[in-house]
Write a new protein. Structure first.
Length: 608
């Protein structure tokens, strides 16, 4: 087994013992600086660290009043919003542990998570989330209270967030130091978070992440020196997901402010308003922006499309020079300055104009998409990690990046490879096991603490390249192996009208695929191709649409080995969605679920 180790980094060993301690230390260090801002009516409201502390203390004391004690679980079923952050920090300061529940989780899985975690309190966003809990409350003897962020219910066991804070204020009057005492009792190996994997099959598993996982991740990011208190984060990712969680906790160590709003429909508008310096997102966000920019300009045609192609070509040349560590020469630099002034700066303006870099994670980002944005002066730093490794195990750096890889190991993280190329990780960020699942834990962790990731990869000059998931690897009936994820990511870069490509062919005699189209991009295309006024379903079924997609499939195939090429495909009449169980909340395709839903279509490819 090949192995590489990172060097020890000063500061990792001296980190705080708990997330709650990190928060209290941050409040003490910068009480009057901005901590958060969040939507409030037509504008945004800011909170200083001192104001945040006041609200967190009230909620933490309220949880203590409800009987939360050391490592008791408090579940949160809520979209990304300031209340999620405040409640999670309150749980940390009350010495509890947060159980994460995605708002899209089914009532059946909500019941399972609450029962498996033994959560004693559940904080829910609204009446819809409350209904999921009430449907199984009789089967949850450990669940004593539900707290609602919005709305109220006629049940003495259901409190509003304001009522929880009111009880907390009374507790603080009687015991002013109760929160600090609770926080002081928390150690590095105490449970901080039970993150339930969304999973592509079977029941979700509760990943046990202790305080040491999060304090390590925050200290490791700080050690990279890529962020400072002068930065401004825009945070919209699900906080039930580890990528969103690490973006939350690293703020406590570094001290930058964060604008919080999980409304997906407002991401672009919020970026223009907030003007952040960095943001984390899955590749699908960047693919959608790329798709809409390219498709819109293609449809306009004429001088705008010609000028865009020229500017992007110049930007790509500059990008490749910089990727190689060089500096553009005077002629290329002058061309780029003109291209930037006429075209490329406009693209950056859509993101507020101040972004230093984006962080991409949770799924593969195609090299082509990364280079497209870099050509426009926007750097996307791809990283890699699992729920089981607290999100951040590898990441590219602003001064050391290589597109097509997930970067270098985080300080303090080790990596080695199994005989089959499986990536194995060891370090403080690795989970302490699956909750109540000793056999699954033994399968995932070696006796000496190495995490089997289930991903296949290789090192290139220290940079990790992921080739595919072991469980997703396709073996055709002819014995050829095909990695679907790189093919799917490449198609997203090639076809500006695609939303998803799902490659299929395990134990089949050739590769096939299911295609879904981006509703916004394809409508604009349809208006230019004789399908104006047609419904999305009609556009998907049109022969002209199939001919267009077929051309992009041919272009994709020209870049693939012959055994990887897609011989048959179908365009679905709707996009994949989280609600229909085809995407995880972090926007990864649930491949097996999609294949089950469209088994008849796929089987039809291989009929006589």
């Amino acid at each position: 087994m090949a192995e590489t180790l990172t060097s020890p980094v000063a500061g990792l060993a001296a980190r705080a013992p708990s997330v709650g301690r990190m928060f209290l230390d941050r409040v003490a260090a910068s009480p009057d600086t901005e901590a958060f801002r969040y939507p409030d009516g037509d504008g945004w409201t800011s909170l200083t660290w001192a104001q945040t502390s006041e609200r967190v203390h009230e909620l933490a004391a309220g949880l203590l009043h409800l009987g939360i004690t050391h490592q008791d679980r408090v579940a949160i079923a809520c979209s990304t919003r300031i209340e999620w952050v405040l409640v999670d920090l309150a749980v940390m300061c009350a010495a509890g542990a947060t159980t994460t529940i995605y708002p899209s989780t089914t009532p059946d899985d909500v019941a399972y998570i609450l029962r498996d975690s033994g959560s004693r309190v559940a904080v829910v966003e609204d009446l819809g989330q409350l209904a999921k809990v009430q449907a199984s409350w009789a089967e949850l003897p450990e669940l004593g209270y539900v707290v609602m962020v919005e709305g109220s219910a006629d049940d003495e066991r259901v409190l509003t967030l304001a009522q929880l804070a009111e009880r907390g204020r009374a507790r603080l009057q009687a015991q002013p130091d109760c929160v600090e005492s609770a926080t002081a009792a928390v150690g590095p190996l105490d449970l901080a978070t039970l993150v339930y994997t969304s999973g592509t099959t079977g029941r979700p598993k509760g990943v046990r992440l202790v305080h040491d996982c999060w304090t390590y991740e925050a200290a490791a990011v700080d050690a990279l020196g890529i962020l400072s208190a002068d930065d401004l984060q825009f945070l919209w990712l699900p906080l039930s997901h580890v990528l969103g969680k690490i973006l939350q906790v690293m703020q406590l160590t570094i001290g930058f402010p964060t604008a919080v709003d999980g409304n997906l429909d407002r991401i672009v508008d919020n970026l223009a308003t907030v003007r952040p310096t960095f943001m984390g997102a899955p590749p699908r966000i960047f693919e959608k922006v790329h798709s809409r920019v390219v498709s819109s300009l293609q449809q306009q045609g004429g001088i705008k499309w010609t000028l865009f192609q020229w500017a992007l070509g110049v930007g790509t040349k500059v990008s490749r020079v910089r990727q190689a560590g060089g500096t553009p020469g005077p002629v290329l630099a002058a061309q780029f300055a003109l291209a930037d002034r006429l075209v490329l700066s406009t693209l950056r303006g859509h993101f507020g104009g101040r972004v230093r870099f984006f962080i991409s994670g949770s799924a593969p980002l195609s090299r082509e998409i990364a280079e497209f944005f870099h050509a426009a002066g926007i750097l996307i730093l791809e990283g890699y990690g699992l729920t089981e490794s607290s999100a951040a195990s590898f990441v590219n750096r602003p001064d050391r990046f290589r597109f097509g890889t997930v970067g270098l190991p985080m300080p303090g993280t080790q990596v080695r490879f199994g005989e089959d190329g499986e990536i194995m990780i060891k370090g403080p960020g690795v989970m302490r096991g699956y909750h109540n699942l000793p056999e699954a834990t033994a399968q995932a962790l070696t006796d000496d603490g190495w995490l089997r990731t289930g991903d296949i990869g290789e090192l290139q000059d220290g940079f990790l390249r992921i080739t595919d998931r072991k469980k997703d690897l396709i073996k055709t009936s002819g014995g050829k192996y095909v990695a679907p994820q790189p093919i799917e990511a490449l198609f997203a870069a090639i076809c500006p009208y695609a939303s998803h490509l799902v490659v299929h062919g395990d134990r089949r005699n050739f590769i096939s695929a299911l295609v879904t189209l981006d509703p916004d991009a394809i409508t604009g295309w349809a208006d230019k191709h004789g399908l104006s006024g047609s419904s999305y379903q009609q556009i998907c079924a049109a022969e002209a649409t199939r001919e267009m997609v077929s051309g992009y499939i041919d272009e994709l195939n020209s870049r693939l080995a012959h055994w990887e090429r897609i011989k048959k495909f179908a365009i679905l009449d709707r996009d994949l969605s989280i609600e229909d169980g085809e995407l995880t909340p972090s926007m990864k395709v649930k491949r097996r679920a999609v294949e089950r839903s469209y088994a008849e279509v796929l089987d039809g490819f291989y009929g006589d």
